[in-house]
Design a protein around this ligand. Structure first.
Ligand SMILES: C[S@@+](CC[C@H](N)C(=O)[O-])C[C@H]1O[C@@H](n2cnc3c(N)ncnc32)[C@H](O)[C@@H]1O
Length: 420
């Protein structure tokens, strides 16, 4: 029973995502490291493809099985095979089907082998079309976003923009990186003439040595908005894993001033330390606390405070396609309570004349504009200022927003307040 290692890896990754709420961005590199070059691409394609098409594939499965209840491992195996049969031209049908049947045996679901084979053969014979009850269902199924999220976005952005957004969420984002304190002139020169997509292994090697750092453009934008002026002290309230913290440090001209970051768990701060050391960040301190409860500092001691808040992450679905299945509508309300409490605590630490920057990687107004408007209504020592970004990112209300469908960037929100 020979099964392609790529399909075994994809099955194991998808199972972990389903059962442990793990992230593909963490699991894929771990599995790919152990695969031969030729299997890596297929494992990547199948894993992300199934995640980006899961609702669509499940609708097909429902139709092919007349709504039969299916064991979750068996369902994952059918999703993997259907994805290949429907979307990958170069895979022979018999290879996808045989491996699916063998994977069923490998997963100790021997009694389901005949069923898996029959469902997949039926698909290749009938190639069924899907019908939808309404436009919302069509967008939800075709783009594989849960119906509640599609409905929510339609209320916020309108139907056409929601469809564009949902389609953009399934596109492969390009690989962004930035320079670090260790980027030499020679490295900058060598990068000038290279096509990024063709030079991934070169980039990976540079990143391993801290000479560049992989960071999405919208995340970089937050650090640029912070843009510390000379001799400003700085506090990053939720700094792990440290992408913005280490970039603000790189951009900063501040010397001998407080440059502090913190997060909920010591374990996450270890990652911040590792990243900061790797990219050559300097003169910083880190500490753990629960920012929702209490921040261990005297009031009004920092010139600039960033709260890059814990959020739903709906702006990062391009990079984390599984997020849409993990989230429930009630999570947004819970997160906004948390965001509101942390923002309030963080604001106390801002000096008179200082700045408070609030950001999320969420597209939801409950986590963004609504939080900021409530904060301003309750804190008259603060007023809103325009974040220093190019005009195209500014909203009518003076916040900064990026969108996958409009900017080919993750969906971030940035607000800036000044303290009187
Ligand atoms: C969006 S992430 C921050 C990303 C980070 N700024 C970066 O650029 O790498 C939000 C962070 O908030 C942290 N967090 C969640 N609840 C917290 C709390 N109550 N107190 C402190 N940090 C918290 C999470 O552990 C997570 O690291």
């Amino acid at each position: 029973m020979k099964i392609s290692p790529a399909r075994i890896a994809a099955f194991e990754i998808l199972t972990k995502i389903e059962t442990e709420k793990a992230f593909s961005s963490v699991l894929l590199p771990l599995y790919e490291e152990k695969l031969e070059q030729i299997d890596r691409g297929l494992c990547h394609e199948i894993t992300l493809g199934v995640l980006r098409k899961r609702i669509y594939l499940d609708k097909l499965i429902e139709k092919l099985t007349n709504g039969k209840k299916i064991d979750s491992a068996v369902k994952t195996i059918i999703r993997i095979a259907l994805y290949q049969l429907q979307f990958l031209d170069k895979i022979p049908a018999h290879a996808a089907i045989n491996d699916a049947v063998n994977l069923t045996q490998r997963a100790k679901k021997t009694s389901a082998k005949g069923f898996v084979n029959a469902v997949l053969r039926r698909f290749t014979r009938e190639k069924p079309e899907l019908n939808f009850n309404d436009e919302v269902e069509r967008i939800s199924v075709e783009t594989s976003h849960p119906r509640w999220l599609v409905e929510k976005w339609i209320l916020e952005f309108g139907i056409a923009e929601t469809e564009r957004l949902a389609i953009a969420n399934n596109e492969t984002p390009k690989l962004d990186f930035r320079f670090t304190a260790k980027t030499t002139e020679a490295v900058k020169k060598s990068l000038e003439n290279k096509s990024i997509e063709n030079e991934k292994s070169f980039l990976r090697e540079l990143a391993e040595n801290g000479k560049i750092y992989f960071q999405e453009k919208a995340s970089q934008l937050v650090a640029e908005v912070v843009g510390l002026k000379e001799n400003e002290s700085y506090f990053d309230v939720c700094c792990a894993p440290g992408s913005k913290f280490s970039f603000v440090n790189y951009l900063s001209k501040t010397k001998d001033k407080l440059f502090v970051g913190g997060d909920l768990y010591e374990q996450r701060l270890k990652t911040v330390r590792r990243i900061c050391e790797n990219v050559g960040a300097k003169n910083y301190s880190l500490l753990a606390y629960d920012a929702e409860k209490f921040l261990p500092f005297a009031d009004e001691i920092f010139d600039a405070v960033l709260l890059d808040a814990p959020c739903s992450g709906t702006g990062t679905i391009r990079h984390n396609p599984e997020i849409r299945y993990f989230l429930a509508e009630k999570d947004i309300a819970e997160l906004s309570l948390k965001q509101r409490a942390i923002l309030q605590n963080a604001s106390k630490l801002v000096k008179h004349g200082g700045r408070l920057i609030y950001s999320t990687c969420s597209l939801e107004s409950e986590e963004n504009e609504k939080i900021c408007k409530e904060f301003l209504a309750e804190n008259d020592a603060f007023y809103q200022v325009r974040p220093n970004v190019s005009e195209n990112f500014l909203t009518e209300e003076g916040f900064a927003r990026t969108f996958p469908q409009r900017d080919k960037m993750d969906g971030f929100f940035i607000a800036e307040f000044a303290k009187k």
